[in-house]
Design a protein around this ligand. Structure first.
Ligand SMILES: Nc1ncnc2c1ncn2[C@@H]1O[C@H](COP(=O)(O)OP(=O)(O)OP(=O)(O)O)[C@@H](O)[C@H]1O
Ligand SMILES: [Mg+2]
Length: 333
């Protein structure tokens, strides 16, 4: 393991912000810290960077304990949400800045800055000042600058959230391509589940200072362990055990041991199967056409159920249907 975060805790003014958080990152892994606003993502990233001191816990990089190592000695490349470029320096000078700090030779700096700008798709724009670059271009410069000193890790705090959706999507894949090419372990903070699903090898899903679940995007989507993860990653129908017993008894067999009220069945909308059926127990309440799919709300024995069907399925409001499910996951409520 490259980076190991062990039982990190932090409180601000008596309020616990991180509660014994642990996870590890491999040599070439791309990790997304995913969670709602205020759950402690930035605080955790700053602790890894050495910009904030934890109250308890340890961080190791390779076989070295870096818990109390100053930020400048940690070799972390940082990119933040808002453009943090020096406004009075050109793009090339911004990228060269960390190399100047460590007194590299001017010719080396110029060559490497130009190479890095090329790598992030800004070849030829080195002489531009930040206010002559778009938001997406500025974030590329920030990324190049973070990579300038060959950091041991890349730490990205919502680097794409200020950009418009088209640029965002493009930069997502460019960042992944670059990260793979350089083989640099990366932690990226985001509160956007789609971004985390699209980019991460591993998602660390946080809620109120604790880790709810760590796993691949597929793990979190197909096998969420808690109600929070089920609802935060993708869309979820959550059905109480008593309701499942009445409606989808086949799923009861795989229910984990424990009291009824502890578990709910999570059905993803695309796993809900509906059939036109005059004697069906559910009724189509609403059907929204979204091109490639139709998002259908059903009223089913006093509950609402969300289903997603191919866009060309025609279902009229008020139509009676029967309901079944392809698969489901039991989650802790
Ligand atoms: N320097 C600080 N002093 C006091 N409280 C702080 C400080 N930094 C963060 N907090 C508090 O810690 C909690 C977690 O903040 P943090 O910035 O880590 O959240 P976040 O998950 O990054 O949220 P967001 O998605 O909004 O950026 C918040 O309640 C915040 O107000
Ligand atoms: Mg934050």
């Amino acid at each position: 393991m490259h980076l190991r975060i062990h039982e990190i805790s932090k409180a601000w003014g008596g309020h616990t912000v991180l509660d014994r958080v642990s996870f590890a990152a491999n040599e070439d892994e791309f990790i997304c810290l995913l969670g709602p606003s205020g759950c402690g993502k930035t605080t955790l990233l700053r602790i890894v960077a050495g910009l904030t001191a934890p109250d308890a816990g340890r961080i190791t990089l390779g076989d070295r304990d870096i818990t109390s190592l100053p930020a400048r000695d940690r070799r972390m490349g940082l990119v933040f949400q808002t453009y943090s470029l020096f406004p009075d320096m050109t793009a090339a000078a911004n990228v060269g800045y960390p190399m100047r700090l460590r007194r590299d030779a001017a010719a080396t700096i110029a060559a490497r800055a130009s190479d890095l700008l090329e790598r992030v798709g800004l070849g030829g724009l080195g002489a531009r000042f930040p206010d002559e670059l778009s938001g997406g271009q500025q974030q590329r410069v920030a990324l190049a600058r973070a990579l300038a000193t060959e950091p041991a890790m890349l730490l990205l705090d919502e680097p794409l959230s200020a950009l418009d959706p088209a640029i965002r999507g493009q930069l997502r894949s460019e960042i992944r391509v670059l990260q793979r090419a350089l083989g640099i372990p990366t932690i990226m903070v985001t509160h956007d589940q789609e971004e985390a699903l699209a980019m991460a090898d591993t998602i660390v899903c946080m809620n109120q200072g604790r880790i709810e679940q760590t796993g691949t995007p597929r793990d979190l989507y197909e096998r969420p362990r808690t109600r929070f993860v089920a609802e935060f990653v993708g869309r979820a129908n959550l059905l109480p055990t008593a309701f499942v017993r009445e409606t989808l008894p086949g799923f009861l067999e795989r229910r984990p041991p424990g009291s009824e009220s502890t578990f709910e069945l999570c059905l993803r909308p695309e796993d809900v199967v509906i059939r036109s059926d005059a004697r069906g127990e559910a009724v189509v309440e609403e059907s929204v056409f979204l091109g490639n799919l139709a998002r259908v709300t059903l009223a089913w024995r006093g509950r609402k159920l969300l289903a997603e069907l191919p866009g060309n399925s025609a279902l009229a409001r008020g139509e009676p249907v029967s309901v079944d499910a392809l698969r489901g996951a039991w989650v802790c409520s």
